[in-house]
Design a protein around this ligand. Structure first.
Ligand code: G4P
Length: 522
């Protein structure tokens, strides 16, 4: 196959959700449809002490490796599917956000009994600011959930995105009958076991289905569907591609029900790798020259294996093992001897890969997050990865003042690598660290000790709301410990507001001062 054909078969996406919405269960069912794993039981089962294939975090922790999001890939129909894991809970970190810069689309899972939850909202904002196409799977329809219209409305209001129900449910919980699949024009009947009964619209009039079609729940849903056809939004693929409309599917990852209907439509509609902006203009994914960027560096925390793995999202051309590449930042060329591609939980070596694929390469301590590697005469860099607004801030000091040289060096390198963010206060020598999750601090502390031999003290400033300022409007007199004025790595001024209340109070009292939310500008 040509490079163009290969890349057009790639579907690279992440699943975003709040913990417990069903990401692990859905991922496992997708792997099953790809026949990658033999039985669901081998994957899922926190109770049985086994881990889901996507729960690498725990496995890696046990092996003593630092943890971040990982990748699964498998063939489905004639496509090559790449799923990037976005860890949640206390393992939420900037890597979770950065993973979203390496995907072409996103599947958002919403628990039908709960609606939109905090973590979904955070991750959604990143997708929105990057214009990533979002497909929504409303899960747990086998339980008594919230009214589907109400869920649609919540998505539209809270996330400010148009919805288009691609499937529509008939009942829920005990009375869940199935879904109308508007894309395939079928009714998919819920049988309560793993087989799905797929009935084309035309055949629904047949008497053999009378028991179903006479059911009041079915009839109510059919009326709702007619209402949607007449008064609802039209499906608009262009809007979906721009991240302005989300196709919505209903189902149950656990049953599983509606998973295949969803995945088939998703694979057909989800975008292939898109051209990407670089310092040398837009690069097409079928460009014959290889290029990619590093969106994550995984440092091995096991002292016996000090290697690090850099995760590369391939953006163009063909990757071949042992090829020579140039690092865009320095212009230096070297050989990529070792590469690993992550297929489920077993690591295999990749011989070749194309735009959309993710490869792990050995990092002899030369890469930084956001680096571009490439072949060809023209040396360029892809657009810088955005800075994501941290939420938790801590003041950091070295326990032993004699170690201040290593302390500074360690911080500088870890900040440059993208492991954590650094802020400085005006007129103070304080080092303030910012992260989106506790995991980043754990990793920071560990690496400072093990790699730089410095023990650190971390003193929390708590959760803060960062807002960047227009440099011309900086007035030190307006700020104090509560609303702390600091500078980021580039020297840009920002305020760490104590809480929503302080932010609101400040806005009300200083209406002329512009406050910039990074989620809205990136
Ligand atoms: P997560 O990765 O998003 O955190 O969620 P996960 O898949 O682990 O699912 C969280 C819980 O919700 C699990 O139950 C899982 O079985 C259940 N679940 C997922 N999808 C569905 C669904 O479609 N319907 C129903 N009824 N439940 C669903 P648990 O009891 O917490 O875990 P376990 O004991 O099953 O391992």
């Amino acid at each position: 196959m040509s490079i163009k054909e290969e890349m057009s078969k790639r579907r690279t996406f992440a699943i975003i959700s709040h913990p417990d919405a069903g990401k692990t269960t859905l991922t496992e069912k997708l792997l099953l449809t790809g026949n990658l794993i033999r039985s669901a039981g081998t994957v899922k089962g926190k109770k049985s002490g086994k881990f889901a294939t996507s729960d690498w975090m725990e496995i890696e922790k046990q092996r003593g490796i630092s943890v971040t999001s990982s990748v699964m890939n498998f063939p489905y129909r004639d496509y090559q599917v790449n799923i990037l894991d976005t860890p949640g809970h206390e393992d939420f970190s900037e890597d979770t956000y950065r993973t979203l810069t390496a995907v072409d689309s996103v599947v958002m899972i919403i628990d039908a009994t709960k609606g939109i939850e905090a973590q979904t909202l955070k991750l959604f904002k990143v997708c929105k600011m990057r214009g990533i196409p979002i497909f929504t799977f409303i899960n747990k329809m086998d339980r008594e959930g919230r009214d589907p219209f109400e869920l649609m409305e919540e998505i539209e209001d809270v996330l400010e995105i148009e919805t288009y129900p691609m499937t529509w449910p008939a009942g829920m919980g005990k009375r869940f009958l199935g879904v109308f699949d508007r894309n395939h024009e079928t009714f998919v009947r819920y049988t309560g076991n793993e087989t799905e009964d797929v009935i084309p619209y035309k055949e629904l009039e047949n008497s053999q289905y009378a028991e179903l079609t006479d059911d009041a729940t079915y009839q109510e849903s059919e009326e709702q569907l007619m209402l949607l056809d007449e008064a609802g939004e039209n499906f608009d693929r262009e809007k979906v591609m721009r991240g302005e409309q989300t196709p919505v599917f209903f189902g149950s990852a656990l049953a599983p029900f509606g998973v295949e209907a969803f995945f088939d439509t998703f694979i057909d509609m989800a975008p292939e790798p898109a051209p990407r902006r670089s310092t040398e203009g837009v690069v097409s994914p079928d460009d014959p020259e290889f290029s990619g960027f590093i969106f994550k560096i995984q440092a091995n925390m096991n002292p016996q294996h000090r290697d690090r793995v850099a995760f590369v999202r391939i953006c163009s051309g063909k990757f071949e093992r042992g090829m020579n590449v140039t690092l865009g930042r320095t212009g230096k060329t070297f050989k990529l001897a070792q590469s690993q591609q992550f297929v489920a939980s077993s690591r295999g070596t990749v011989e070749e890969a194309y735009a959309g694929d993710i490869i792990g390469i050995y990092d002899p301590n030369v890469y930084r997050i956001g680096d571009t590697i490439l072949t060809g005469k023209s040396v360029f860099e892809y657009d810088e990865l955005p800075q994501f607004p941290p939420e938790e801030f801590k003041k950091v000091t070295a326990k032993n003042v004699m170690k201040s040289k290593q302390f500074k060096k360690g911080i500088e390198q870890l900040v440059q690598e993208g492991a954590i963010q650094l802020f400085k206060r005006y007129r103070f020598e304080d080092y303030i660290l910012g992260a989106v999750g506790q995991l980043q601090y754990d990793v920071f502390e560990y690496r400072m000790k093990n790699e730089y031999n410095v023990e650190v003290d971390l003193q929390t400033l708590g959760e803060r709301i960062p807002r960047w300022l227009n440099p011309e409007q900086v007035n030190e007199a307006l700020f104090d410990e509560r609303n702390m004025l600091v500078q980021d790595r580039e020297g840009n001024p920002l305020v760490l507001f104590k809480n929503d209340f302080s932010l609101k109070w400040f806005k009300d009292n200083n209406p002329d001062i512009e406050l910039i939310d990074l989620f809205e500008v990136n």
